[in-house]
Design a protein around this ligand. Sequence first.
Ligand code: DQQ
Length: 531
Amino acid sequence: MGLLRSSPSYPWTNSMLLWQRTAFHFQPQKNWMNDPNGPTYYRGWYHLFYQYNPASAVWGNITWGHAVSLDLVHWFYLPIAMVPDHWYDANGVWTGSATILPDGRLAMLYTGSTAELVQVQNLAFPADQDDPLLLTWVKSESNPVLVPPPGIAPKDFRDPTTAWYVPSESAWRIAIGSKNDSQRHAGIALVYRTSDFLSYELLPGVLHSVAGTGMWECVDFYPVSTESATGLDTSAATGPGVKHVLKASMDDDRNDYYAIGTYEAATNAWVPDDPEKDVGIGLRYDYGMFYASKTFYDPVKQRRVLWGWIGETDSERTDLRKGWASLQTIPRTVLFDQQTGSNLLQWPVDDVETLRSGSQEFSNISIPAGSVVPLDCSTSGGAAGRGVLGPFGLLVLADDDLSEQTAVYFYFVRSTDGSISTHFCHDELRHACHPALLAADIVKRVYGSLVPVLDGETLSVDHSVIESFAQGGRTCITSRVYPTSATYGGGRLFLFNNATGVDVTAKSLKIWQMGSAFIRPFSEHDSVSLH
Ligand code: DQQ
């Protein structure tokens, strides 16, 4: 990855680079961003903090950027929330999580990387708990509140979770990711108990460990209801009708894996429902460019909302030239899939539908084997290969002559026993490859995964990012793309069927234009007019 990211740069024009700024995905005005941090809802505002380098478009000098929103769609940039200004975070204010206490106050735990590069956990709280914008942060005089325990390497102890309350002991617990190389390179989640967020007790054992998965970053741990379509507060009671999701971001392969299982506070253990689909070896939130995600509970709409970091796949040199790097996904609602009982469903928060306009509907479009059907809506190895039963699907961010395109498609595979499985994929190999140009500095891949059944799909296409949700959100794929000619008015949409043996009918297809969200600095005027 490092090698590819520093390969020679393609001669992007300013207008191409400008087009890469997105219309409704969160990104800072300039410079580098990575993990979402401490997302929360506080006194009328959704807060998003994020790993941010105020000085450059590459990682380093990590501070906490900060933005607020009334609806998770339109965002106001606020001043940087925390900077590396103490010995315990001199090398960076790294990832952390927010906990709302029963009396409404907020505690923020984050990892500090010290001047000696030791990872320690720190506590911060708002200087004024009555300020809904949470503009000023105070770091606790007790910091660091946690240092790596015996047996844990100094650089393998980071990213505290949101705390959950255990009523039987009138105390909170948090999990922190690490690894244990003496136990077959196991990824592990340590659990600490605290009643005041200042002093902590390491519980015996681990919440969970999976051999061979390496360092677990950005652990997330939360309950889901198996019976209702509402989200649960992180401290919701365990018991019938509730399962727990354990997610970890694998530093070894840079993907976010989750598993669903049962949590028992008394034994400090979480057990996966299906050990074959354990954390790091089974399901992923997203099969594309997606990492370091974090959820929070939204009490307003009683939903659990997921944020994920979408990194770049172009070169660092290009990022420096354009002056920024990375996006956040559209926030996604996360639910337990009651139909399969074995996975989560993710869907863009419904608030984003307010950006829709100019809907167009197509029905019963037949796509004969081997054909491409343009959809007039003003805007392989992979998809190019041909098999009896596919691939077929959509070509998005395509130009008129299809020299540039990203395919979002399905194909069926018939196995020797006659059963058919469905695959859902993104093929990035032909984006940014207009014949006159060769965008050599982009890492392009074909992403894909098996999906249980074929039944409806939604796609969000922003200027330089495609997020796909198949089968009601059972399988998700995110692609970071860099169009060279499918820009501005030049982006087109096509249906294609590269199967040799079947004609395909698109029974129903609905397309909306998306308006732009406003994402801009907050002003005094806003506080008067919005509340
Ligand atoms: N990013 C942070 C770490 C975390 C990593 C540093 C994940 O806290 O483990 O920027 O992308």
